[in-house]
Design a protein around this ligand. Sequence first.
Ligand code: SAM
Length: 276
Amino acid sequence: MNFGTLYLCPTPLGNMEDITLRALRILGEADKIAAEDTRRTRKLLSRYNIHTPLTSYHEHNRHKKGAVILAWLQAGLQVALVSDAGTPGIADPGEALVKDALSNGIQVVSLPGPVAAVTALVASGLPCVPFAFYGFLSARGSDRKATVSRILGEDKTVIFYEAPHRLVKTLAELHADEESRQVVVARELTKVYEQFVRGTLTEVQAHFSVNEPRGECTVLLAGKVNMPCLVEPVMLVEDLLKKGLTKKEAIREAAIRLKLPRNDVYKRVLKKNKDS
Ligand code: SAM
């Protein structure tokens, strides 16, 4: 008997229209759909009139249910894997099932579709290439400290996922070392209250300290040498002036930190002063 295929089916991040025709066809034709959140997937299936049997596959049952899904595939069934939103395998248990399927000789087919990280990146205004994706940051302890210092040391745009109730604390941790680094928080992508909050770590942290973050958040941090915003060197100079440096010292320090010619920073400060 031929083995079945494991199809990785991306689903909408919020807006129900963000699903491909192919994903809908595969969801309709599969023998089983394994979903991270069956309630959420049921809503999607009912919207598109799909009646394929649904089963749960999530972090807490992934060992037991993974074995069941593998047995189905080995028996020739076609299985579509769906995460609660976006692409299965990106910061969810899909990755483990893919590894098991491949190591058992089962074909895995990846359908293209929404990913929160990429959806946020392309509209962030930060350099899109190269980027580093960290999924969820480890929650506490020395791992956490190591991760925070690692992401601040990245010279690529860093993307990570964060729960809204931890956002302010995380921004504060980053801000402790890098006040003027550009950051973007993409909230509720593709939904009615979609919002991009862009600015320095000081500005964005201040914003969310007053406006309690709600909904789903993706955070993007400019790489160490990627300072894309023209006004940014000027903000850094202003921060340094507030810390008591003279104008000359602040410009020199900003130029060193941003790896820009000193004269370039000087001209930007002059221009800003002229414009304001
Ligand atoms: N597999 C998904 C993907 O392809 O992006 C990610 C799953 S991960 C368990 C869920 C996290 O993704 C959320 O906590 C949030 O950080 C991010 N996310 C998901 N939907 C989002 C949205 N609409 N707006 C912003 N971030 C979102």
